[in-house]
Design a protein around this ligand. Structure first.
Ligand code: UDX
Length: 437
């Protein structure tokens, strides 16, 4: 147990809240600041604004060391370090929108008492250098600067933060932020990679782009499997046993979604293009991923001889299980495409926010409280999100309740033989379609 520090976290989203709660857990005093009054009000009344396993407990357990505010002064005046955890959404040009990052830098302009400003937000390479120059211009040369990208995945963010594979800290030579930020992470007992600011910014973009590339690669292998009669399950497993490749991120599916991979791969592509280099491999990854849910619709369309007037059930809406996050979820493309083909769309999800019902295309679909009622009278079902609940369904009953028992398992979650025995025609990703005998 090291010295207890005073930390201000700007941004009460996934990264900011997890960072704040975990640093409080490590014994530090943390003030989290956000610009959304509703968010701060919720947090102050003991609720969290989204679902993340373990986060509510962690916040409750550390509430005497953790506070939430709208007020910049309240957050910064006592702080030794400011963590910038605001979002950096894409602009029309595909570049990251850094206005929220700059708003924080501007807000803390008088904070000459700070040891350092630490940026966790995902930013283009070169951002840190520009922030450094702005701080220097304001006479804040003694305030350190560090890039400290975050690699936590939603649904396991607390676990990932407290047990990271590595911590990346980028600073300029001689910046006292290096030792200071390193000390914060020391208790986690994970490798700490110290480097320059630009490299630290690049690690985050490179990691996410490589993971997105792996997923897309296996999705393309899956398409070739479908065309040739190989089975992606066997192929992924055996490929992943090569210690040089490893087993992770080799699950074929309906494409990657979420708040990071789509955005970060586009941001890296834009950054490369802006510097005069067209990143062709990444460009292909992005294009293939955009096609992936469309291909699924195309396959159903062929199987059903058209989708007009058909009723299609989507099982799962969130971009992955154990989250209520709908950002860039493949389900949204599926629903929109199915509706455009003239199909009726029903859906089920245990956690997707009910406010989606007001948003396009979900406002034109019918949400059901359980999978079986979503399947009633359907011509086909698509398993979109691999919710564990879906492994427990009474499949013979499900097949009888549907108009046509056709099942497209978009995550290869279920055992095809179980579905075939229940009377389904089974389509998977990367395996040939099988019909009941
Ligand atoms: C990701 C990174 O894992 C994390 O390090 C980074 O900080 C933020 O982005 P997250 O977006 O929470 O985290 O989700 P992740 O679990 O990595 O999944 C991303 C997407 O890839 C999901 O849509 C998932 O379904 C898909 N995926 C993942 C596959 O299709 N196949 C796989 O084998 C793995």
């Amino acid at each position: 147990t090291g010295t207890s520090r005073r930390i201000a976290v700007f941004g009460a989203g996934y990264i900011g809240l997890v960072t704040g709660a975990c640093f409080a857990e490590l014994g530090h005093r943390v003030v989290v600041r956000d610009i959304q009054p509703e968010r701060i009000r919720l947090l102050n009344s003991g609720e969290i604004p989204f679902f993340e396993p373990g986060l509510g407990d962690l916040i409750a357990r550390n509430k005497e060391r953790l506070s939430f505010t709208l007020d910049v002064q309240e957050a910064v005046s006592e702080a030794e370090v400011v963590f910038v955890c605001v979002d950096t959404p894409p602009t029309a040009s595909g570049d990251a929108d850094l206005s929220r990052v700059w708003a924080v830098i501007d807000a803390v302009r008088d904070a000459s008492h700070l040891v350092a400003i630490v940026v966790k937000s995902t930013v283009p390479v070169g951002t840190g250098a520009r922030v450094r120059a702005a701080l220097d211009e304001r006479g804040l040369t003694h305030v350190g600067y560090a890039s400290n990208p975050e690699f936590t995945a939603e649904g396991r963010a607390v676990e990932d933060f407290l047990h990271p594979d590595r911590v990346v800290i980028g600073t300029s030579d001689g910046d006292k932020a290096a030792a200071w930020v390193t000390a914060l992470y020391k208790p986690l007992d994970s490798p700490i990679e110290l480097m320059d600011v630009a490299s630290a910014e690049m690690v985050k973009l490179a990691s996410n782009a490589l993971l997105a590339t792996r997923i897309t690669f296996i999705n393309e292998i899956a398409t070739v499997c479908e065309a040739t009669g190989a089975d992606i399950g066997h192929v992924s497993r055996a490929v992943g046993l090569d210690h040089r490749l490893g087993p992770h991120f080799l699950k074929a599916g309906l494409g990657y979604g979420g708040s990071c991979f789509p955005k970060d791969s586009r941001a890296l592509r834009a950054m490369a293009s802006n510097s005069g280099y067209p990143f062709q491999l990444l460009n292909a990854v992005i294009q293939v991923n955009e096609l992936q849910p469309r291909r699924a619709v195309q396959r159903l369309k062929a199987e059903l001889n058209g989708l007009k007037g058909r009723r299609i059930a989507l099982l799962g809406m969130t971009f992955k299980p154990a989250t209520d996050d709908m950002r860039e979820a493949p389900s949204t493309t599926l629903a929109a495409r199915l509706l455009a083909e003239g199909a009726t769309v029903t859906c089920w999800d245990p956690m997707a926010p009910h406010t989606t019902a007001h948003q396009d295309p979900w406002s034109s679909t019918t949400r059901h409280p359980d999978p079986l009622s979503a399947l009633t009278d359907a011509d086909a079902a698509i398993l979109v999100t691999e919710w564990p609940e879906l492994t427990d369904i009474d499949w013979p009953t499900a097949a009888r309740t549907m108009r046509t028992p056709l099942f497209l398992d978009g995550r290869n979650l279920l055992d095809p033989t179980t579905l075939l025995a229940a009377g389904f025609t089974h389509m998977g990703v990367g395996r040939t379609t099988r019909r009941p005998s």
